[in-house]
Design a protein around this ligand. Sequence first.
Ligand SMILES: [Zn+2]
Length: 71
Amino acid sequence: MGAPDGVTVNTIQPHQAVKEYTCPGCDLTIAPGTFHLAVVPEEAPDLRRHWHHGCWHKELRRRFGAQASRR
Ligand SMILES: [Zn+2]
């Protein structure tokens, strides 16, 4: 799975997901124990956000279009 330039995408395995997060893609809760992604802007690591896998892929297509899907 590729990430666009400027962000680091970390996969969070179910056993690592011990807190609830709100996905910025759909505004729904990511329950503890859910496989998901943590997206960290390299320029602003404080702005790390947790995304559902599917929501991040939609976001990638929205932000970067076909460019991102080729990676
Ligand atoms: Zn989501």
